[in-house]
Ligand binder design. Structure first.
Ligand SMILES: [Zn+2]
Length: 169
């Protein structure tokens, strides 16, 4: 993204206080997200706001569905302080918790950063151990693994296998 595009982008939202929402003033999508065109392609304004302030948004591969989330619940907001990234599952869970979208299951709000996501996926430890070492709810660990096509039952059986020989002694 060139300097001219950046300058154009920063003129399209209202920069308010550091804790306030910075509303997008130009065109929005049907869902209320700001739209911004670069080289003829449309982008979501909150995604641009995030990447300009915090760097590239991870995508593809093992990440499968990383999204930029609004802590303020305001789709048009471009304040980077209100933006974070999480998996699509976390976004849906967050919407469930806040009563948006389709309601299924109990409220879950834990946000998984790519850093934590990588740790969960790289680790061969059972979810119960990760829960303690990373301080993340076990449900979230299981969900991240499930979302990335890793069967958590595999880890349970690993730990069972590890424990068995000692138990026999
Ligand atoms: Zn906001």
């Amino acid at each position: 993204m060139g300097i001219a595009d950046r300058q154009r982008f920063h003129r399209k939202y209202e920069r308010k206080g550091p804790d306030e929402c910075w509303p997008w003033k130009a065109a929005t999508s049907g869902f209320g997200y700001g739209r911004f065109k670069i080289n003829g392609r449309l982008y979501s304004s909150h995604r641009i706001a995030y990447s300009l302030s915090k760097g590239r948004i991870p995508s593809g591969g093992g990440w499968h569905g990383i999204e930029v989330l609004h802590s303020c619940d305001n789709p048009a907001c471009c304040n980077p302080a209100h933006l974070s990234i999480g998996t699509h599952a976390e976004n849906v869970a967050d919407m469930d918790a806040k009563g948006r979208g389709n309601r299924r299951g109990s409220p879950r709000k834990y946000q998984v950063t790519p850093d934590i996501c990588a740790k969960i996926l790289a680790s061969g430890a059972p979810a119960t151990e990760l829960e303690k070492s990373l301080g993340i709810p076990m449900k979230t660990i299981n969900r991240v693994r499930r979302e990335n096509g890793i069967d958590n039952a595999k880890f349970k059986s690993f730990s069972a296998l590890r424990i068995q020989p000692e138990a026999r002694r």
